[in-house]
Write a protein that binds this ligand. Structure first.
Ligand code: KG4
Ligand code: ZN
Length: 334
């Protein structure tokens, strides 16, 4: 069998990334240019600035990736690009760039949903084993997904309001932790104690999640303590918040694995970098004889290697777009 080389392109938020992956599993080269330092000055991603920065760097990132791989565009079999969901101006840069390359080099154009990319980040370490359940935890998504084969996604449950990464970022702001908040709240949680009374959110029999109540409980607690003239212990509040989040994510994930009679769990999305979540899920999976896979930390947050990996399976299934592929700020993967 001939090897298949997919060029992946990811520009949905604040990372400009290009990668080449062989046969969906072997990463040949990846370049990720993060805009984090620029957006940190504003306390969050500024969409206009982000899309302009993608325009400025995308060609350089491609050149660097090809150089790193020691390859030319002629050796690429197909071009996979994130077309949704994300910031529209940012997606547009990646989609336009990918369509142009597809036209110039006469290569198939493969549209990839960003969350499917996050799921396939796990394929870069070990080939996915089916059936599996994926816990997707990112800045915009919190979902439990069932897969019995490649590119087949069934939603088991999801958040009714905020995504878990969004809740992390909002809590970070309230306790004056600089952007990006998630990793810093995670760090503080590990040196703090669980002393604050916070609710376990949506602790019911469904597979749905809700994080806005927990977020509001943190905001109210901070305001009330301030009014009383009490100082908030940041690390203890981070620890209490993180324990509730990890508790409910773990509880519902383990319940889904049991009820769907599935032995493989994969964790996906930016929040899969969370140390507390990784430790707790690993422990529970060991106890219950479940195979757990979590991406390497560098593949947890946005990167093009995961897009190229997902793109390989889409390409093999014939999911190929016309040259007029549209970028979409929202889109269902089901
Ligand atoms: O997947 P991602 O890079 O972007 C989206 O597709 O949304 O996820 C970004 C999110 C942010 O909300 C960030 O705060 C969160 O992932 N995050 C974390 C950690 N690392 C990143 N949240 C908690 N703990 C972490 N260690
Ligand atoms: Zn992402």
């Amino acid at each position: 069998m001939n090897d298949t080389y997919i060029l992946g392109i990811e520009t949905s938020c604040d990372e400009t990334s290009v990668s080449i992956v062989k046969n969906g599993i072997d990463e040949i080269a990846t370049v990720v240019l993060s805009q984090m330092d620029t957006h940190a000055k504003f306390g969050g991603v500024v969409p206009e600035i982000a899309s302009r920065m993608h325009i400025e760097s995308i060609t350089i990132v491609l050149e660097e990736c090809l150089k790193k791989a020691g390859m030319t565009m002629e050796q690429i079999d197909a071009i996979a690009v994130t077309y949704a969901p994300g910031l529209i101006g940012c997606l547009l840069v990646g989609v336009t760039f990918a369509s142009t390359l597809s036209y110039i080099y006469n290569k198939p154009l493969v549209p990839v949903h960003h969350i499917i990319g996050h799921i396939y980040a796990n394929n870069l370490k070990h080939r996915l084993e089916f059936p599996l359940i994926s816990l997707v935890v990112s800045g915009g998504h919190t979902e439990l997904v069932y897969m019995d084969k490649d590119y087949s996604f069934k939603k088991i449950g999801g958040t009714l309001d905020d995504a878990v990464g969004e809740a992390y970022d909002k809590v970070a702001r309230v306790i004056n932790v600089p952007y990006p908040g998630g990793p810093e709240v995670d760090r503080l949680a590990h040196i703090g104690k669980d002393i604050y009374e916070l609710p376990l959110p949506l602790d019911d029999d469904t597979y749905n999640f809700s994080f806005s109540g927990l977020k509001s409980a943190v905001i109210n607690l901070v305001h009330n303590e301030k009014q009383r003239g009490n100082e908030i212990r940041k690390e203890d509040l981070a620890c209490s918040f993180q324990n509730r989040v990890v508790e409910i994510l773990t509880k519902k994930t383990m319940k889904a694995l049991k009820e769907y009679n599935v032995n493989n769990l994969i964790v996906a999305g930016g929040v899969s970098a969370n140390k507390g979540l990784r430790e707790r899920l690993t422990k529970e999976c060991e106890k219950n004889n479940i195979n757990i896979s979590m991406p390497e930390i560098k593949y947890c947050t946005d990167n093009a290697a995961m897009i190229a990996s997902a793109g390989y399976y889409a390409y093999k299934l014939g999911i190929i777009s016309d040259i007029d592929l549209k970028a979409r700020p929202t889109s269902s993967m089901y």
